[in-house]
Design a protein around this ligand. Structure first.
Ligand SMILES: NC(=O)c1ccc[n+]([C@@H]2O[C@H](COP(=O)([O-])OP(=O)(O)OC[C@H]3O[C@@H](n4cnc5c(N)ncnc54)[C@H](OP(=O)(O)O)[C@@H]3O)[C@@H](O)[C@H]2O)c1
Length: 321
């Protein structure tokens, strides 16, 4: 692993990272800024992370990105607790994964409900053990409306699932990781929290911006513990959430033009392969990513170029392109 101070050598290092990023070699390089302010390049071409003996919790595992991440963590050897509300979908997935030799546990939960998360923690620790990996992929897009027209219940529900949910699951599992001196938390955020805010999706954007800030607070508590917490943009992916946004923006007409365009763009391009998000999360599991903490991370070769987040010098290019 290579580590350098942000100034004056960081731009060169970032360029090297970007060059590696463009390489056709399998495996993406990972760049990040460590706890001590050092920027580091992590070459992952030949890394195979073995998660054997580790227990992972993946929320939003019933479909979409969470399901893909659950598969990947299982392929790397982890036992995986599959969390979402739809019990039937979780059980179906569990059966499919079991047919491939995976050890999983289907745990129906509402991530935004403290009691539900408390119950889930008890079941996971009893039946699988103490988790050292947590991926918070559960999420909803929420109301697509002007603030003045929005339904308060739907707006609050979006915050409850997208922001309170990850808080509750992190709270439930981070102590066990700290006790063992190793852990990885990945909060699936969104580029929407970094873009210039536009009309009609204040609930989603606010919930993800709050998730970013929560992740940073948590990361600051985790320095030196062996546990890391990061937020990611998983790409622009044709999931049920995309379908929901497409339908809602068509109904709203010109008021939702930006969303219609986004939905069309994802349709035309086919969207990002969700494997890219799984790759990024797999990279974060490696020992070489031990110093990447409190960052906003991007997938490799995403349709959308990375945009600046925090902790970056203003004259630096984005973390990854
Ligand atoms: N797709 C994209 O382009 C994109 C872009 C940026 C960020 N993201 C983020 O990526 C994550 C996954 O999105 P996706 O596109 O895969 O969406 P999706 O296909 O709609 O999946 C959402 C998942 O969240 C679960 N979920 C929703 N509410 C829940 C609750 N209260 N408790 C437990 N689980 C709940 C759903 O399961 P149940 O309905 O069974 O509960 C489902 O498994 C989200 O956080 C989203 O904001 C997606």
């Amino acid at each position: 692993m290579e580590r350098k101070k942000i100034h004056p050598s960081a731009p060169k290092l970032l360029q090297e990272c970007l060059a590696l990023a463009a390489s056709p070699l399998a495996g993406a390089p990972l760049c990040g800024i460590a706890d001590d302010g050092m920027i580091q390049k992590i070459k992952t071409e030949s890394q195979v992370t073995d998660l054997g003996g580790k227990i992972a919790v993946v929320t939003g595992a019933s479909r979409g990105l969470g399901q893909r991440v659950a598969w990947r963590l299982s392929q790397l050897g982890a036992d995986v607790a599959l969390l979402a509300r739809s019990e039937a979908a979780l059980q179906h997935l569990q059966q499919k994964m079991a047919a491939h030799g995976a050890r999983t546990l289907a745990v129906p939960v509402d991530v935004g409900d403290p009691q539900s998360v408390h119950r889930a923690k008890g079941v996971i620790e009893r039946d699988l053990g103490i988790p050292s990996i947590l991926v918070n992929a559960a999420g909803v897009f929420g109301p697509i409306d002007l603030v003045k027209d929005s339904d308060p219940a739907a707006w609050i529900e979006t915050m409850r699932i997208n922001t309170i949910g990850p808080y509750l699951t992190c709270r439930a599992f981070v102590g066990g990781m700290m006790d063992r001196g190793w852990g990885r938390i990945v909060n699936v955020s969104s580029a929407a929290a970094l873009h210039e805010p536009g009309p009609i999706n204040s609930a989603y954007g606010t919930s993800k911006a709050a998730l970013n800030q929560f992740t940073r607070h948590l990361a600051s508590e985790l320095k030196g513990t062996g546990v890391t917490a990061n937020a990611i943009h998983p790409g622009d992916v044709k999931t049920d959430m995309w379908e929901y946004i497409k339908g809602a923006s068509q109904r709203l007409g010109s008021a939702a033009e930006a969303y219609s365009k986004w939905a069309d763009w994802v349709q035309e391009t086919g969207g990002d392969d969700p494997e890219k998000a799984a790759n990024l999360i797999a990279d974060l599991m490696s020992e070489n990513a031990a110093g990447v903490n409190g960052r906003f991370l991007w997938i490799q070769d995403g349709l959308q170029s990375p945009i600046p987040s925090w902790g970056e010098s203003e004259d630096l290019p984005p973390w990854r392109e």
